[in-house]
Design a binder for this molecule. Structure first.
Ligand code: NOJ
Ligand code: CA
Length: 570
């Protein structure tokens, strides 16, 4: 199934000439002097979709109290920070990514006092809270837009992007919305068009207007003062558009909504964004110690990704390497140079990896699985990579259970509007947003019986937290083991070097630090592989930290298809 978000990634890839991968030095230096302000370099971040995590008041929709009630679970898993997707007042056209007030909480999720309690109790458990900052657009119900659309002379008119149509009445240019149709909507009130990269209910803010900057910076600071540890910047690459609104060049094929594809080179990744991000860091984030920005950075190349750190590491601390998600099939030969390029970015920025999120098919449902392998094997293989690479991993709720997609079977069941508009080519994102599977009781323990907003995946009777905690071989215990190792083993805070570099199927690398060495061997191929220790960079395999479908064999390691081993070296 083609997905709008993946198309976005692929369009970015097509739009930018692929950069040659830099020659990788044999070792990647780690920051040896990590201070408290650098806590995020050793952290495991956990993305939480509040609608779907835990429903404390049994109304079918997850809420903030539900999260607070499960902080022990997150602490036990080894999570250091939660990134909570939008819980602000919103008409929910895009399930919270249409914000009607940046400084309040939607009653269906709770109250500001509930967020304060989450922050306070999180502090007790060593878990920091990061919010989602939807910077590109607001809801059309935000008072700023209500004012803006009321007349051409309203003081808020320039908070958004308004233009006349063409002489023949057509929209100002050919830009299409990622979520279907033209990116311009004509407002009957004034006869002008407003621009929206996403849904028409999500008008783009005009960041060229200093009043927008001021209002948005104030909104961001409001939560920092309450103890929030920073923001994940939503759709950051769409913040600016080229001022002259030049038409985008066409690209082959049609999008899921039936319009010709285009290379979005004039309405994404515009250079002005970087100046603005520097200002956000300087004027807001850096005034509060230890606060961070995480970027939703869907870009095609490591060179583009590294721009988000800023030339002086003065923009986004953790731009997520999201084009990882677009690599399909996952092969060692595709992954190796891409990971190395991220690890060796020219500004020395800290890598950030994520494999799952609320916009993408869950890993066990995303890839073709070689004969004899399961989704759990794929979940463990990718987790071993995510948790042993040098960089900050961002997990998505339920991935620690190997949760699979539970996609709608009928268009009338779809909640996500892109799924309604694009059915059946684009089924939307409901499948990866189903309720967290806590136990085998009613609704998987998400609540006490009210119909959840999305159906619980049918495998919940066996795939749930309680059952997996009792199974030493489970996906959750695999995550717990590796997260605990990250905390205690200095090698996982140290340098990283790829070994067996020519292997097209098996990705292997060595982490070194604090006098310890650790080897990760990941077989992405459909064939078993036998690797000698010499081939893997030498040394003797010692304590096995984690393994699946792999074993020590003579002087080497045997890995079955999708097998993996993480082992200490002496
Ligand atoms: C990215 C978010 O992750 C996605 O869920 C949302 O629909 C768009 N940005 C628009 O805000
Ligand atoms: Ca609820």
């Amino acid at each position: 199934m083609r997905r709008a978000f993946l198309n976005y990634v692929l369009a970015s890839l097509a739009a930018t000439a692929l950069q040659p991968v830099m020659a990788a030095p044999s070792a990647m230096p780690a920051n040896a002097t990590a201070q408290q302000d650098d806590w995020w370099k050793r952290a495991v971040v956990y993305e939480l979709y509040p609608r779907s995590f835990a429903d404390s008041n049994n109304d079918g929709i997850g809420d903030i109290k539900g999260i607070t009630q499960h902080l022990d679970y997150l602490a036990d898993l080894g999570v250091d920070a939660i990134w909570m997707t939008p819980m602000f007042p919103s008409p929910q056209a895009d399930f919270g990514y249409d914000v009607a007030d940046y400084n309040d909480v939607d009653p269906q999720f709770g109250t500001v006092a509930d967020v304060d309690a989450l922050i306070a109790q999180g502090k007790g458990q060593g878990i920091k809270l990061i919010l989602d900052f939807v910077i590109n657009h607001s809801s059309d119900k935000h008072p700023w837009f209500v004012q803006s659309r009321s007349s051409k002379t309203n003081p808020y008119r320039d908070f958004y992007i308004w233009r006349d149509g063409k002489a023949n009445g057509a929209p100002p240019n050919n830009w299409t919305s990622l979520f279907g149709g033209s990116a311009w909507d004509k407002d009957p009130n004034t006869g002008q068009y407003y621009y929206h990269f996403f849904y028409a209910q999500q008008p783009d803010l005009n960041w060229r207007n200093p009043k927008v900057e001021k209002a948005m910076f104030d909104a961001a600071e409001w939560w920092l003062k309450r103890g929030v540890y920073g923001y994940r910047l939503d759709a950051v690459g769409t913040m600016f558009e080229r001022a002259d609104l030049k038409d985008n060049p066409p690209a082959p094929g049609k999008d899921a909504f039936g319009l010709p594809e285009q290379n979005r080179i004039y309405n994404t990744e515009q250079p002005e964004m970087h100046t603005e991000l520097q200002r956000l860091r300087q004027q807001v984030i850096d005034r509060y110690p230890g606060r961070i920005l995480i970027g939703e950075t869907y870009v095609g190349t490591s060179a583009e990704l590294s721009k988000f750190y800023g030339a002086h590491n003065d923009e986004v601390q953790l731009p997520m390497f999201l084009s990882l998600i677009g690599i399909k099939p996952l092969t060692a030969s595709e992954l190796r140079p891409k990971i190395e390029a991220v690890e060796n970015n020219p500004v020395g920025g800290w890598p950030c990896f994520a494999l799952n999120n609320h916009d993408q098919r869950r890993v066990p449902s995303r890839y073709d699985l070689p004969a004899g392998t399961t989704g759990d094997d794929m979940a463990k293989l990718t987790a071993a990579m995510l948790l042993t690479l040098r960089g900050t991993p961002i997990l998505y709720y339920g991935e620690e259970l190997g949760m699979v997609n539970n996609d709608p079977k009928r268009v009338e069941d779809v909640q996500d509007i892109i799924g309604k508009k694009g059915w059946p080519k684009e089924k939307g994102r409901d499948g990866e947003r189903t309720p967290m599977q806590w136990n085998a009781s009613v609704n998987a323990g998400f609540n006490s019986g009210a119909k959840p907003w999305l159906p619980v995946a049918p495998d919940y009777t066996t795939r749930n937290v309680t059952a997996q905690r009792n199974d030493s071989n489970s996906v959750i215990n695999f995550y717990r083991t590796l997260i605990a190792e990250r905390r205690s083993n200095p090698a996982l805070a140290g340098d990283m070097a790829m070994v067996d570099r020519a292997n097209p199927n098996v990705l292997s690398y060595v982490r070194t630090g604090g006098g310890k060495k650790l080897l990760t061997v990941l077989n992405f191929g459909g064939e078993a592989a036998d690797l000698t220790m010499a081939q893997l960079g030498g040394g003797t395999a010692g304590r096995i930290i984690a393994q699946n479908k792999a074993n020590l064999a003579g002087t080497g390691i045997h890995v079955a298809p999708l097998g993996l081993m993480v082992v200490e070296l002496s």
